[in-house]
Design a protein around this ligand. Structure first.
Ligand code: GDP
Length: 470
């Protein structure tokens, strides 16, 4: 019997009880004072600040103890080993599909890399094609000539997607969804946004045969599935790998480290809002406070800063002298809109994404595909890391995905017209999370949009039959 486990369990339960006492007791006291002697606004403010500090402190401690509990008795290693076995199984299937015995006659799915967008968006396009190939049992052939990032195409930086079968062949291809396409030898796939009838195996669905085990082991099974596929798709070739390793050493990459990605330039105002560095640093500070409670003071408080704003590193280092910022400045310069689509720009963004994926915690805006890519890759080779992030804006999503839904675990009575009523089992199309306890969505039952407490719901994990035909 592991008594450490029992001690942790009691501490978590005690902590939750103390939060209740602290919150209810101090609020009751404040309300009494408000009705009796009308304290000034600044007095009230001071009291609320003190209360918030105490409650946050207890929650932080419970979080640390909960984390230790999740790892007690070798549970973390056990999860990591089982996830790693699933990964091996999935990758073996892909390798087999990608290397058919008869390449000439193999059924193929062809995608063109030239989606008119950045690397993160293109990598997601490749992932979507790989998923379709996997689901329909076809060998995936990627056409990357005239790639906007590099004349050498995909293999200028990555291993080819197959050792034996990378040519589409000379036969004519059918368009995905056209008559006879299902049986055609070659099928060409449009970008996900242009797909007319969406099949059930599109993101964020996971293969039905992995569903049971994966949804038990991982907090966001699709993100894990995406990460494993991307990890196969984005295998740096030997020369590029050496460059990446040198780069990591030069930057001084070591743990503990928090990854911060700040997406600015062309994204601001069109697809996302501006966020000051302080908004990201709140979460970095929280990470290190928690870290210290568990492991003691770190040798350095490292922050890996990836950004397309070439001036940000100076500002961050000046305003946050307690932190050690690691940032590839040549990468942020070549990430500017003018120099982006170049060999240097390509290597820079891949290096940033891979380093971000190896950090302990990620702070960014999920409106950026760069950060979503890093978050997906972060899941590979670890214990469940689905909660190791904070997004300042969107929830995790996949562009062009099937509707993202949550389901109500508990009933909720709306408090005003901005809120939704919930009945257990209700399905709600998720539009976003305000990260203040409330999410926004559309109740399928009521046909109405509104806010609802996020804690009363859970994510619906989609599953679909995918037949790699092996
Ligand atoms: P999104 O526009 O942020 O959703 O992501 P995309 O990847 O589709 O396009 C943005 C492109 O800008 C990237 O692919 C890079 O070329 C560049 N970029 C944006 N943010 C960064 C960053 O943090 N580091 C680097 N090196 N490049 C970036």
């Amino acid at each position: 019997l592991d008594w450490g486990h029992e001690r942790l369990r009691r501490r978590v339960q005690d902590g939750i009880r103390e939060v209740r006492f602290m919150l209810n007791g101090q609020l009751a006291k404040l309300r009494k004072e408000l009705s009796e002697k009308r304290p000034s606004a600044s007095e009230i403010d001071g009291r609320l600040e003190g209360l918030a500090e105490s409650v946050n402190e207890i929650i932080r401690l419970v979080g640390v103890e909960g984390e230790a509990l999740a790892e007690a008795g070798g549970a973390a290693d056990w999860r990591r080993r089982r996830l790693s076995r699933l990964q091996t199984e999935l990758v073996n299937r892909i390798v087999k599909l990608q290397n058919p015995q008869q390449c000439q006659s193999a059924k193929k799915l062809i995608c063109n890399l030239n989606k008119g967008c950045g690397f993160g968006c293109q990598a997601h396009h490749v992932l979507y094609c790989m998923t379709l190939a996997y689901a329909t049992g076809r060998t995936f052939v990627l056409d990357s000539v005239n790639w906007r990032y590099s004349r050498g195409g995909w293999t200028s930086v990555f291993e080819p997607l197959s050792k034996t079968c990378t040519e589409r062949g000379s036969a004519g291809a059918k368009q995905w969804g056209s008559t006879g396409a299902e049986d055609a030898q070659l099928v060409e796939v449009p970008i996900i946004d242009a797909m007319a009838h969406k099949p059930p195996y599109l993101p964020q669905a996971i293969p039905a045969d992995l569903y049971e085990e994966l949804s038990g082991l991982h907090g966001n099974p699709f993100v894990w599935f995406a990460g494993v596929l991307l990890n196969y798709i984005m295998r740096p070739n030997a020369a590029f790998q050496r460059q990446l390793d040198d780069n990591a050493i030069r930057l001084g990459f070591a743990k503990p480290i928090v990854g911060v990605q700040v997406r600015r330039t062309d994204k601001i105002g069109s697809e996302a809002a501006f966020h000051d560095i302080s908004e990201y640093m709140v979460w970095v500070e929280e990470f290190y406070k928690t870290y210290e409670l568990r492991h003691g003071r770190p040798d350095k408080m490292r922050v890996l800063l990836a950004t397309d704003d070439a001036n940000l590193l100076n500002e961050a280092a000046r305003r946050y002298p307690a932190y050690t910022f690691l940032s590839d400045t040549s990468s942020s310069r070549s990430a500017s809109v003018r120099d982006r689509y170049s060999d240097g720009g390509l290597r820079g963004v891949i290096s940033d994404v891979l380093l971000l994926s190896k950090t302990d915690y990620l702070v960014c805006t999920f409106s950026s595909q760069v950060c979503r890519l890093a978050y997906e890759l972060m899941q590979v080779g670890r214990d469940d890391s689905s909660d190791r992030f904070h997004s300042l804006d969107d929830v995790y999503y996949f562009g062009g995905q099937l509707p993202l839904e949550v389901t109500a675990r508990f009933a909720h009575k709306s408090r005003d017209s901005s809120e939704l009523d919930l009945s257990p089992g209700d399905v709600i199309g998720l539009a976003g999370n305000h990260w203040d306890g409330y999410s926004l969505g559309q109740s399928r039952r009521l046909g109405r949009n509104g806010l609802f407490p996020a804690y009363k719901t859970e994510l619906v994990v989609r599953k679909a039959e995918m037949r790699p035909g092996l």
